[in-house]
Ligand binder design. Sequence first.
Ligand SMILES: [Zn+2]
Length: 123
Amino acid sequence: MSILSADYVKQGILVRTLTKGDIDKDSYISTYRGNLICSTLGCEAKLVFSSGRTKHFKTWQRSDHSANCIHRFERIKTGTGVDRSQVANVTASEERIQQSLKNAYFDSTLTNEEKEKLKKGSQ
Ligand SMILES: [Zn+2]
């Protein structure tokens, strides 16, 4: 769900609610930047305006919507949809497998003297 409107606030006071038609790149930079929040009642997530082929508001990266805001789920979907901890675990174990295969290879093909040389060389 895209964010269609944003509240323009100044010193904590709502000035007006903006829609995409009320804002452009220039007015955003001169006036609204840093002063836009989610227009859902009770939600104060910071918003940024993106001017491009399609103008839109989006959630500022380091700001979250309140628990019952309709825009809250957007972040979960587009942001951290991939469980990074799982990915990291898989990568780590693959590396470990590669390493033990390499060790096994060295054990079977090299003399002790050669292994020592390789160890020193790689340090
Ligand atoms: Zn919100």
